[in-house]
Write a protein that binds this ligand. Structure first.
Ligand code: NAP
Length: 464
């Protein structure tokens, strides 16, 4: 205990060293100075270093290594061999490896492990590499408040954790030094969880755009000689957006339903889901947020309908014609009911959609208990899907039966988009029926199919 305490106290002194006077070294040095540390830079050319923060000292590597117990290595990995002759001075010191690579698996071992192999008697900790020099200079903000660290010696990590906290970051211990490759891969990731949802969104948008373009605009041009290409900008977009939104919302809830059926079939929750289902479940939030984005576009496109030239022109034309013919239209109550219900379900669905989006924000979801979060995301989520599906069914109304809508024998887009949500809702309905729900709840509480028989067999063997 005494050794550990002494180690932490010794390394937590206010004097720290930064090797390398490049972008990262300078930014880190500046933040350390602002946090009250006395900073020494170790450089190849201590006499000719420019743009260093005021108050910092610049020494040769050997001098700087001797003067501090905590040393940040802000040098590219390729140049790490300069540390080998310094091994004696670095003995027992904490070296923080900040390095990143240009691509994944660039080297056979992680940079931090390589550094440890060069100076085996130093305590290497990987950390701060997920921050950019710019972020360091500007100080922590919500987006990059987190730093990850890993290392083999707990006391060394404690020292780095203390510095990170002093600099205003919240540090997360990711385990031993063998986790450093994972940390080095972090900055190379480009929205990993958004890739699949983005591809789905782009694929669905492209498919439905061309599908509707052919069966509506090209159809009118070829069969009736009518040029309605202007509809591409608003009408077509306002059809594609809700279609993609509804399908993506259904795709957000389908993996959960599939996972429940898989658990029912296997009779246990202790077997891993197939990789594809795991990946799908992991990106549900992104699928939902993209679906919400398309729903918002649908709302905006709908709101501008009354100010469209095309709509104003036909509304005026119809009114003028009626005045000329001295005609009147009969008010049809059933139509009013239908139109109001269709709009009302849409508004309620969109309201819940927005609520789902808000609760998926980390700042909001962190304030909810697990039960509250799953109530909103699961119960209200399925309710949102139900409301939006009803909204689409009502949009179709009696038109589902009208043969004239099946241009070139193809169904309208909204009919196609109803297939998946209807399937998801039916499957969910099956899951909430009491007998199925009882089984799934037992499985989630740890019950396993065949476990009772196995246990009683084992007990019999023990008795014998
Ligand atoms: P940089 O601007 O190229 O600076 C690297 C520094 O290393 C140089 O200024 C130089 O300092 C020193 N150096 C260069 N060649 C050397 C050699 N042969 N032997 C010893 N020292 C040498 O690089 P950087 O952007 O600051 O990045 C430094 C490290 O931080 C890299 O490993 C990088 O992956 C990591 N990192 C950078 C960022 C960022 O935003 N820039 C973010 C996260 C992690 P002297 O001339 O004073 O010796």
């Amino acid at each position: 205990v005494f050794n550990s305490q002494y180690f932490v106290e010794l390394h937590c002194e206010k004097r720290v060293c930064v090797f390398g006077t490049g972008d990262m070294g300078r930014s880190l040095g500046l933040r350390l100075l602002q946090a009250g540390y006395s900073v020494m830079f170790g450089s190849r050319r201590p006499q000719s270093c420019n743009f260093l923060p005021n108050g910092a000292q610049v020494l040769s590597h050997a001098e700087a290594a001797q003067a501090a117990h905590l040393i940040f290595i802000a040098v590219q990995r390729e140049h790490y061999d300069f540390l080998v002759p310094l091994a004696y001075h670095l003995k027992g010191k904490v070296l923080v490896d900040l390095s990143n690579n240009l691509k994944k698996n660039q080297y056979p071992e992680a940079n931090a492990e390589y550094l440890q192999s060069l100076v085996p008697e130093a305590e290497v900790v990987k950390g701060f590499n997920t921050l950019s020099a710019w972020a360091l200079q500007n100080g922590p903000s919500d987006a990059n408040r987190q730093v990850y660290i890993c290392g083999d010696r707990a006391e060394a990590k404690q020292v780095v954790l203390a510095v990170a906290t002093k600099l205003g970051f919240s540090a997360l211990d990711r385990g031993s030094l063998s986790a450093s490759r994972e940390l080095e891969d972090f900055p190379l990731q480009l929205f990993p969880l958004w890739r699949l949802p983005m591809r789905i969104a782009v694929g669905l948008t492209a498919f439905f755009f061309f599908y509707l373009l052919i069966r509506e605009i090209l159809y009118a041009y070829i069969t009736q000689g009518k040029d309605i290409s202007f509809r591409i900008m608003v009408s077509l977009a306002n059809r594609v957006c809700p279609i993609v939104s509804l399908i993506m919302l259904a795709l957000c809830y389908l993996p959960g339903v599939l996972a429940s059926f898989l658990q029912l079939y296997r009779g246990t929750k202790y077997r891993r889901f197939p990789d594809w289902l795991d990946r799908w479940m992991l990106c549900r939030k992104q699928l939902g947020l993209l679906a919400l984005g398309f729903a918002c576009l649908h709302v905006l496109y709908t709101l501008i309908i009354p100010i469209r030239y095309y709509v104003r022109f036909w509304a005026t034309e119809r009114t003028v014609t009626q005045i000329r013919q001295n005609g009147t239209n009969e008010f049809i109550t059933s139509r009013a009911w239908h139109s109001d219900s269709y709009l009302s379900f849409g508004i309620l669905g969109f309201g819940l959609y927005v609520l789902l989006g808000i609760t998926s924000l980390p700042s909001v979801s962190n304030a909810l208990s697990w039960r509250e979060f799953s109530f909103v995301q699961s119960k209200l989520g399925h309710l949102t899907l139900l409301l939006c599906t009803i909204h689409t069914y009502l949009y179709g109304g009696k038109r589902f039966l009208s043969a004239s809508l099946y241009n070139w024998y193809t169904p309208p887009g909204y009919m196609l988009c109803l297939v998946l949500p209807s399937v998801v809702l039916l499957l969910k309905l099956l899951l909430v029926t009491p007998c199925v729900d009882r089984n799934i709840t037992r499985i989630r509480q740890g019950w396993e199919k065949g476990a009772d028989q196995r246990n009683s067999k084992n007990n019999k063997t023990l008795v014998l």
